[in-house]
Design a binder for this molecule. Structure first.
Ligand SMILES: Cc1ncc(COP(=O)(O)O)c(C=O)c1O
Length: 364
């Protein structure tokens, strides 16, 4: 149907930089004259160890990760972290902030450990009553004294809601950054742990990154499986069992690409510009609408609705024909969603706006 790459607004697995795919394609069959692809070599070989180390080092450079943090390259997606976190860190009470589908899923999973008598899960506050279009006022948060950790999701991928400031809480902060990691500069030292599924800003699906402060290692409870124990993974350089080697390699290429773009600060400026253009267009139109409280609007995931939802199907069909793919909103929210991660460039945004303008003209 398409004879060239399209503009892909998928929430994940998401578009990858074309330059990265081209590089992977060029070295696919015979990586660095070793006679094999990266997929076909042992994770314990010197060649793969070099790939692994370089990827970690580049990620450390990009995010300015302090030395007292371990970087783990794991499997199971961000969703497996929802249960891995309590198995490693829940002993008394853990605080959870609920601001959308993903933080709610993390909370629901953690509650199983409460039901099993392994600790208490405290919901600090929830924005459910607003259909997750805002963040509960900090003054209303019911924090626990001496919590083991505070969990939140800084960027809710489905609802397009972002907490831009790191919460000022005493407990170690754990953040699900699946959809905003590497999109803007952050101060890693403010977090106890950061985790992210790779399939948006990092690389292909199948890899999960965990960045964890060393003092949080070695606290796993008795039911924690060996592979989910952060200390075990840290001590074994994430190679306790076979890691997702090809995804690790591709992510390393994305990190190199990002460094070539000027790093996180440079891509952040582009991300701001992309989001501003789209929000400005939506806000200046009576036909399109974004429901999110302006101060919490995500620069990565932008949901929007049409004035008449009966036009949704036609909008999506025509957008696809115009080479603008995967704009359908999540079924729990409806309407549309443009996920505009690092690899979605300004041309894609301009083309999307041009299409939306034309569609509006044809429809009113
Ligand atoms: C914020 C967030 N957390 C968690 C997940 C789940 O990730 P995975 O599919 O890797 O388990 C997603 C997936 O889209 C997400 O956006």
């Amino acid at each position: 149907m398409f004879d060239k790459r399209v503009h892909n607004f998928c929430a994940g697995p998401a578009t990858m930089p074309t330059a990265v795919l081209e590089k992977a394609q060029a070295e696919l069959l015979n990586w660095k004259n070793g006679g094999s692809s990266v997929m076909e070599i042992s994770h314990r070989s010197i060649a793969f160890m070099e790939i692994a180390k370089k990827a970690e080092q580049d990620l450390r450079t990009l995010m300015k990760i302090p030395d007292n943090y371990k970087v783990l390259f794991l499997q199971g997606g961000a969703s497996l972290q929802f249960s891995t976190i309590p198995m490693n860190l829940l002993h008394g009470t853990a605080d959870y902030l609920e601001t959308g589908t993903w933080s709610k899923k993390a909370l629901t999973e953690a509650k199983r450990y409460e039901e099993a008598g392994l600790g208490k899960i405290n919901v600090v506050a929830s924005s459910k009553d607003s259909n997750y279009t805002t963040v509960p006022d900090r003054a209303t948060w019911q924090l626990s004294d001496g919590a083991d950790y505070f969990h939140y999701c800084p960027n809710e991928t489905i609802h397009g809601v972002t907490l831009f400031d790191v919460p000022d809480v005493d407990a170690p902060i754990i953040a699900d950054m699946s959809s905003n990691i590497l999109s803007s500069p952050i101060d890693v030292s403010k977090f106890g742990m950061i985790y992210a599924g790779a399939q948006k800003n990092i690389g292909p699906a199948g890899l999960t990154i965990v960045i964890i402060r060393e003092d949080l290692l070695g606290k796993a409870n008795a039911i924690c499986p060996n592979t989910q124990n952060y200390l075990n993974q840290a001590e074994n350089d994430s190679m306790l069992n076979t890691p997702p080697t090809f995804a690790w390699y591709l992510s390393g290429l994305v990190f190199e690409w990002l460094l070539e773009q000027g790093g996180v600060e440079a891509i952040y400026q582009q991300n701001l510009e992309k989001a501003k253009r789209l929000y400005d267009f939506i806000d200046n139109s009576d036909f399109y609408q974004n429901p999110v409280d302006k101060k919490y609007r995500s620069i990565m995931n932008i949901p929007f609705t049409l004035a008449n939802s009966e036009l949704d199907k036609t909008f999506l069909e025509q957008a696809t024909n115009a080479g603008l793919l995967n704009l359908k909103g999540h079924k729990s929210v409806g309407g549309m969603r443009a996920s505009i991660y690092n690899a979605v460039d300004l041309t894609a945004i301009n083309d999307l706006i041009g299409f939306m303008q034309q569609f509006e003209k044809n429809s009113v």
